[in-house]
Design a protein around this ligand. Sequence first.
Ligand code: ADE
Ligand code: ZN
Length: 328
Amino acid sequence: MSEIAGLPKVELHLHLEGGAPPAFIRGLAAEKKADIAGIFDARGGYAYRDFWHFLKVYEAATSVLRTPEDYRRLTLAVLEESAASGVVYSETFLSPDFCGGRDPGAWREYLLAIREAAGEAERKMGITLRGIVTCIRHFGPEKARETAICAAETAGDWLTGFGMAGDEKMGKPGDFRWAFDCAREAGLRITVHSGEWGAPETIRDTLHSLNPERLGHGVRAIEDLALVDELAERGTVLEVCPGSNVALGIYPEFRAHPIAELDRRGVKVTISTDDPPFFHTTMAREYEELHRAFDWDEGQFLRLARQALDAAFCDADTKTRIAKKLER
Ligand code: ADE
Ligand code: ZN
């Protein structure tokens, strides 16, 4: 691994199921005699045509994760990959939709298994994980309410955030206000996927309807410089996933990605992978590609890692402990 790729990293935007290695999902499918062969390409990777098909393939892959034990194994597999990429602190999106069908009792069992695995990974690999419950926009506001109730009941020092992923073109951010108010009242910090596919007006709508501290992606803000200034003034943190955006065809290559321009304009950008095996990426690869595209040096990457840690949803003691790992 190059020196840049080997730097200690902080990742804020990682979907747990999206981190599932394809071989892991194939193994579970075989154990459960589930036929999901159609979601893989000839080389065994995930195959999808576009973003909307990606969401379907993602849900098909997730359909073989059926028990808390499956999620315990998944969490270990995902954290092994992250730790091998130099990640020292990570936040992962968790979906009660997939973990027990939004039943609060079942959700607790899944969460317990995920936390157990996170504890084991911390002891064995030195990587710290926290969870963010995420509702799924295209499942609609009613399911988002149920998801928020699961999140609120388990909010604490490990489950620290609430967010929304899924198809940004479905519904309006304001349709989900009840869920976000419920989560906020339980002390959860807020991040919303917005401005991955949605135009700048959608990002504005998200900011003004749901008032998130962080945005998942947010990169299409670059199409409206007044909005870029607003993000910089508000101090909104962008969880930028360049490799994901390139793999899904939002930008043709890393060099065309707006992360460097957003950074220059004073927006708080951070670097994440989103769903790494789906997008043939890792945190180490993101660093290498960004170094190649923008000639970013060690100082720049460490600055962005500290910026990410500042924006993390964990407590101050955890931040102090992780900050030591970022000192060079
Ligand atoms: N769920 C998993 N990955 C996602 C992405 N990139 N955008 C929206 N929802 C997602
Ligand atoms: Zn995402």
